[in-house]
Design a protein around this ligand. Structure first.
Ligand SMILES: Cc1cc2nc3c(=O)[nH]c(=O)nc-3n(C[C@H](O)[C@H](O)[C@H](O)COP(=O)(O)O)c2cc1C
Length: 395
């Protein structure tokens, strides 16, 4: 047993007690039907996660209105008709002892759904896909905020244990926060306070829908990676506003990105020997990324708001780092996305005494298949890898 390791201790987010501090970070499964309804395969997927022992499971991002759908086969919660499907999934997770938060999202200009005309705060081509969005009118902004509130109400009806707002990684909330994507001159643009207003109003609509005691957390884009964009000083202004209004935890990430690889960094902590054992030969000419790459953002939040719980995501790969980031007080929870794709039962193994590095080599094949195939690790077996190559070159 790894007795006493900080990530094994119970934790609390708002009113919810968690058995340990290991969180399955949101990872879009693209396993819904074309209209975003839950499928039996998705229920099985979450059942495996629940059995795997994570203290908290955060769903992949769920669109709150159809125009905000990111990718084909993403899940939606934009209508009451979606509630029964979600209820079945949540009940399956609860039956296996899991705790689950719904990640509510709107892709804005980052939608890659064919035929969709995306919306955004301003007519600025998306930084990753160069998609040209329509500009939201003030009434349109109010309607999107309302859609978040309605979605939160449905999440409560479905039995979720909490809401996680997707406010990072280039999606609509990030587009509002960043001066690179938001050039508005009304109350929704300009100063850091104005750019942060959309997130604050989304939070308020959700809080009003779920009541004061229901856990609400947020992934927040703390800064843009490039020059001239959102700064940590800007984003902390917004975080400082949300804490007294009852936000229960923050998961810091990048805001607007030029590539998904800014957030989903390749080959985290993978040495040459490990790469060769797993046929990840590309790693030999690409340098590994360092572990826990958003830790500086976590420290920024802890300095500004010491009592606000922080969930640290991004390249957490060894039990040593898990212990250290929580033990040092830099974060209260460690969240992992890709490691759970490879090992849904990772927490169970760590609880049983597993130490060292996770099996995932951060090769990002799982990301490559997003929107086309259901989420899985394509490197787990030789058969999966062969199938991946077949789909990549012969589809
Ligand atoms: C296939 C894939 C899908 C993802 N989907 C989401 C998502 O739905 N919502 C979200 O907030 N982040 C999403 N992410 C980002 C992860 O939550 C996480 O920030 C990133 O992968 C870095 O963490 P990791 O090193 O533990 O993988 C996704 C990542 C991958 C690889």
């Amino acid at each position: 047993m790894t007795d006493g390791a900080p990530m094994l201790r119970p934790g609390r987010i708002g009113t919810v007690e968690l058995g340990n501090r290991m969180v399955r970070a949101a990872t879009s499964e693209t396993m819904a039907t074309e209209d975003g309804t839950i499928t039996p395969a998705l229920v099985d997927f979450y059942r495996r996660l629940a059995k795997g022992g994570a203290g908290l499971i955060i769903t992949g991002h769920i669109y709150v209105e159809r125009r905000g759908q990111y990718a084909p086969f993403q899940t939606g919660i934009e209508s009451d008709a979606k509630v029964p499907g979600w209820r079945g999934l949540v009940e399956a997770v609860h039956a296996d002892g899991g705790t689950i938060f719904a990640e509510l999202a709107h892709a804005g200009s980052q939608s890659v759904v064919p035929g969709n005309t995306p919306c955004a705060p301003s007519i600025v081509p998306n930084a990753i896909f160069a998609t040209r969005p329509e500009e939201l009118t003030p009434d349109g902004i109010d309607a999107v905020i309302d859609a978040f509130g309605q979605a939160a109400r449905r999440a409560v009806e479905a039995g979720f244990d909490g809401i996680h707002i997707h406010g990072g990684n280039g999606y609509l909330i990030s587009q509002f926060m960043s001066p690179l994507a938001n050039t508005r001159t009304d109350k929704w643009g300009g100063s850091a306070e104005n750019r942060g207003r959309f997130l604050v109003e989304v939070y308020r609509a959700i809080r009003a829908a779920v009541g004061p005691d229901f856990p609400v957390t947020a992934r927040i884009g703390m800064a843009d990676p490039g020059a001239g964009g959102l700064t940590v000083a800007d984003s902390l202004e917004t975080v400082r506003l949300l804490q007294p209004e009852g936000l229960n935890a923050v998961e810091p990430v990048y805001c607007i990105m030029n590539s998904y690889l800014d957030n989903i960094r390749p080959y985290v902590g993978v040495g040459a020997g490990r790469a060769l054992r797993d046929w990840a030969v590309e790693r030999l000419w690409k340098p590994p990324s360092t572990e826990a790459y958003y830790r500086p953002f976590a420290k920024n939040i802890k300095q500004a708001c010491p009592d606000l719980p922080v969930i640290l995501v991004g390249g957490i790969r060894t039990t040593q780092i898990m212990s250290e980031v929580i033990g040092s007080g830099d974060a209260d929870f460690v969240a992992m996305a890709r490691p759970f794709v490879r090992e849904p039962d990772l927490p169970k193994k760590i609880i049983a005494g597993r130490k060292g590095m996770v099996d995932c080599v951060s090769c990002n094949l799982c990301l490559e298949h997003e929107g086309q195939d259901g989420l899985k690790c394509w490197r787990k077996t030789t058969g999966d890898l062969v199938e991946h190559l077949r789909l990549r070159y012969l589809r």
